[in-house]
Design a binder for this molecule. Structure first.
Ligand code: PEP
Ligand code: MN
Length: 357
C-alpha cells in the first residue's frame, strides 16, 4: 500500500511512519515528489491494517496498490521517471536514440561506428562486449578488451555507453566502463542478476524476454527497484509468435500498455524485433508514433561482414535516414529528439529518489 504524507510533513513524521512500517515486517520505499512524500509499504501479501498507519502524525491517506508490481506501477509514482544519460535524459519529452554495433568486433570498427552514429545524431553508443549467443561456437564477444574500446569511444565522441552484462561477477568490472548495464532478453528472468544490478545502483536497460508477458517484464523491473535501483529503462525488442516472416514480432501494443502501467521510460529495439534491416526504419517510426521514449538501433559499417546480427544492422547512411524520419515523426506528435548532453568525465550515478530503508 501507499502511505501518502501531508504536504509539508516533517522528516521526523516520515521517519516515524517508516519505523512503523518496518515494525510490521514490511519494506519501506520513499518516493519524494515536488509536494508530497509517498511511502510504499511492501510486504509479502499478508494483510496489514491500514488504520494502524492512518492515525500517525503527518499521514494524509492510505491507498492500496492493486498491481502486482508495486514500485514500478504508475499508482506508486504518477509522474514519468526521467532517466539521466550524461547530460541528456530518457523518459522526458525528447526521444533518445541509442545506436551502435551488435558486438564490439575491433577497435577500428567500434571507433568508426561511434563517430558515424554520433554524427548522425545518436545520443548514446551501444555495443556488446559479452555476447549471449544461441550457439556456443558463435563469436562470444571481445570481453574486457571490448569494454576498453567502448571506454575509448566514449572518450572520443562524448557518447554515453550501453553494454550487456551477463553475469553478476561482471557488474563491478562493467560499471567502471559503461554508463548503462543492459540486461538481455535471455536474462530478463535471471533473478540473481536482477537482484545484483538492483544493488549496484548503476543505470540499467532491461530488455523484454522473447517469451515474456508485459507483466513479467514489469515484475523483472520490480526486482531491480526493490533492491534500491530506480534507474531503469525498459526495452521492447519483439516476442516469439507463430509468425516466421520476421525474426520476432514487434509488440507495438506493449508500448502504450507499458506507458500506462509504469512510470519508467520505455524504448523500442526494432533491430531485434524484426531481424531485417529493411524493416527497421518503418518499425522505428511506428514505435515513436506509439509513444516510445527512444530507440535502440544496430548499426554496422559493413553488415555483410558483421560477426553478429549483420542482417538486421543498418549501414551508417541508412541510420542517418532513420534519424531524419524519426525526428519528423517525433515533432509531429509534439516531442522532438532529446537535446544532446555534454558528457561528464566520470560515469555519473544519478541521485536516487527512491531509497530502500
Ligand atoms: C542485443 O541487444 O544485441 C541483444 C542480444 O538483444 P536481445 O537480448 O534483445 O536479444
Ligand atoms: Mn544483436
Amino acid at each position: 500500500m501507499m502511505i501518502i504524507m501531508r504536504t509539508g510533513a516533517s522528516k521526523k513524521e516520515i521517519k516515524h511512519v517508516v519505523d512503523r512500517v518496518k515494525q510490521y515486517g514490511l519494506r519501506a520505499h520513499i518516493s519524494t515528489g515536488d509536494e508530497r512524500t509517498v511511502i510504499g509499504a511492501i510486504g509479502d501479501g499478508r494483510p496489514v491494517y491500514r488504520d494502524q498507519f492512518l492515525h500517525l502524525p503527518g499521514v494524509d491517506r492510505i491507498l492500496p496498490i492493486s498491481r502486482p508490481y508495486k514500485l514500478a506501477s504508475r499508482e506508486f509514482r504518477q509522474k514519468n521517471t526521467i532517466f539521466p544519460l550524461n547530460g541528456s535524459s530518457v523518459g522526458g519529452d525528447g526521444i533518445v536514440i541509442i545506436a551502435g554495433p551488435c558486438a564490439v568486433e575491433s577497435r577500428k570498427q567500434l571507433l568508426e561506428t561511434a563517430h558515424a552514429v554520433k554524427e548522425a545524431g545518436a545520443h548514446a553508443l551501444r555495443g556488446g562486449a559479452f555476447k549471449p549467443r544461441t550457439s556456443p561456437y558463435s563469436f562470444q564477444g571481445l570481453e574486457e578488451k571490448g569494454l576498453e574500446y567502448l571506454a575509448e569511444a566514449r572518450q572520443q565522441t562524448g557518447l554515453p555507453v550501453v553494454s550487456e552484462v551477463m553475469r553478476e561477477e561482471q557488474i563491478d568490472l562493467m560499471a567502471d566502463y559503461v554508463d548503462v548495464l543492459q540486461i538481455g532478453a535471455r536474462n530478463m528472468q535471471n533473478f540473481a542478476l536482477l537482484h545484483a544490478v538492483g544493488e549496484s545502483h548503476h543505470p540499467v536497460l532491461l530488455k523484454r524476454g522473447m517469451m515474456a508477458k508485459v507483466d513479467e517484464l514489469l515484475m523483472a523491473a520490480e526486482y531491480i527497484l526493490s533492491h534500491g535501483n530506480q534507474n531503469i529503462i525498459l526495452c521492447e525488442r519483439g516476442i516469439r509468435t507463430f509468425e516466421t516472416s520476421t525474426r520476432n514480432t514487434t509488440d507495438i501494443n506493449s508500448i502504450p500498455v507499458l506507458k500506462e502501467s509504469t512510470h519508467l521510460p520505455v524504448i523500442l529495439d526494432p533491430s531485434h524485433a524484426t531481424g531485417n534491416w529493411a524493416y527497421v526504419t518503418a518499425i522505428a517510426r511506428a514505435g515513436i508514433a506509439a509513444g516510445a521514449d527512444g530507440l535502440m538501433i544496430e548499426v554496422h559499417l559493413h553488415p555483410e561482414d558483421a560477426l553478429s546480427d549483420g542482417g538486421q544492422s543498418l549501414k551508417p547512411e541508412r541510420f542517418v535516414e532513420l534519424v531524419h524520419q524519426v525526428k519528423a515523426i517525433s515533432e509531429a506528435i509534439g516531442r522532438g529528439l532529446a537535446p544532446h548532453g555534454e558528457l561528464k568525465q566520470q560515469v555519473d550515478i544519478p541521485a536516487q529518489t527512491i531509497l530502500r530503508i
